[in-house]
Design a protein around this ligand. Structure first.
Ligand code: LMR
Length: 328
């Protein structure tokens, strides 16, 4: 008798369930820590726009820039708790989840942005997108920003100029070692607090791509930017694996298509956004450019390169070897 009731109920549920799911809009909260006119900020907005155009009513993307919803310190936990569904932290912020990604932080490892782009297309980098799967984090794509410069409240020409200064870093042991290599101190500070730390004198210097320099030195007095191009600051677009696989297949496929398009746009435009920012900063007079001669740059490289060896075992020789093949 019981099954006579259960069976029709189950049948009814099966009939209604897909309808109920389809009617509910899937909300993707995409949080990040930088301004909207940066490569990542623009990428998030383009993703939102294309999703609205092609999946309007089914999926909605909410973008929270400038650490307005979560910041560096709590964003990964928020993703794991499914309070946000998409982030694009810099590759320096995954140490706790995937030490292999520290390869991207090694100073002077990649000769230029083209070399980084080649590495991001290699099979090894595809594997690295999956390297946090056991922690419930799913890597969707690499988004470029650009090569890092050093900024300080005094001109830095030789590595000795940095000795004794405190530099703000992202939470990465490689970056800590990089500054220790030039006898400087490194202080881990969330992006949203960098300008304050510069103003108060907690740190005297930072590093970052041109597109982040305005954000991280706002309100500070005259700064100097030494164009070192010593490392890379790119991103991994990540989502909560459980959330992502819960999206109906057809919708997810369309999201994948959109992401492919957005990734191509972000990566094609990042260099020119940084170039534009460089011109804007220098024209405004807010910073003075320090250009290194090839010999001066080599001196920084000689000091910092030993860091590779100290992290090789931690990162993995297979990853290191793959990265070292992309320079030309
Ligand atoms: C930083 O903390 O300096 C960067 O990771 C910020 C960003 O997202 O570009």
């Amino acid at each position: 008798f019981k099954s006579l009731i259960v069976a029709p109920c189950a049948a009814l549920y099966l009939l209604l369930a897909p309808v109920a799911t389809a009617a509910e809009t899937i909300v993707i909260k995409f949080a990040h820590v930088v301004a909207e006119d940066t490569p990542k900020g623009k990428g998030a907005l383009l993703f939102q726009k294309l999703v609205r155009e092609r999946l309007g009513g089914t999926v909605e993307v909410e973008v929270y820039p400038n650490s307005s919803l979560v910041g560096d310190a709590d964003e990964m936990q928020a993703l794991l708790d499914n309070k946000v569904q998409m982030l694009a932290p810099s590759l320096s912020k995954f140490t706790e989840y995937s030490p292999k990604l520290e390869v991207f932080d090694l100073p002077f490892l990649f000769d230029d942005e083209a070399a980084v782009a080649r590495f991001q297309k290699r099979e090894m980098s595809r594997e690295l997108l999956r390297s946090m799967a056991d922690r419930g984090i799913y890597g969707l794509a690499y988004w470029n920003n650009g090569l890092k410069q050093l900024t300080a409240n005094q001109p830095l020409r030789t590595p000795a100029d940095a000795a004794g200064l405190a530099f703000r870093i992202q939470p990465s042991p490689v970056l800590e070692a990089q500054f220790a290599a030039v006898d400087a101190k490194a202080v881990r500070i969330p992006f949203m607090d960098v300008a304050k730390a510069m103003q108060s004198g907690t740190v005297q210097g930072t590093e970052g791509p041109w597109s982040n320099i305005r954000g991280q030195s706002a309100g500070t007095k005259q700064t100097y930017v030494t164009e070192t191009n010593h490392g890379v600051l790119n991103y991994m677009l990540v989502t909560n694996a459980k959330f992502w696989t819960s999206i109906p297949f057809a919708v997810r496929s369309e999201l994948d298509n959109i992401l492919l398009e957005v990734t191509q746009t972000v990566n094609a435009e990042a260099a020119s956004i940084n170039q534009r920012e460089r011109e804007r900063i220098l024209a405004s007079g807010s910073s003075t450019l320090v250009t290194l001669t090839p010999e001066q740059r080599q001196a920084w490289r000689d000091k910092m390169q030993p860091v590779w060896k100290s992290f090789e075992a931690h990162i993995g020789t297979d990853v290191m070897r793959a990265a070292l093949t992309v320079n030309r």
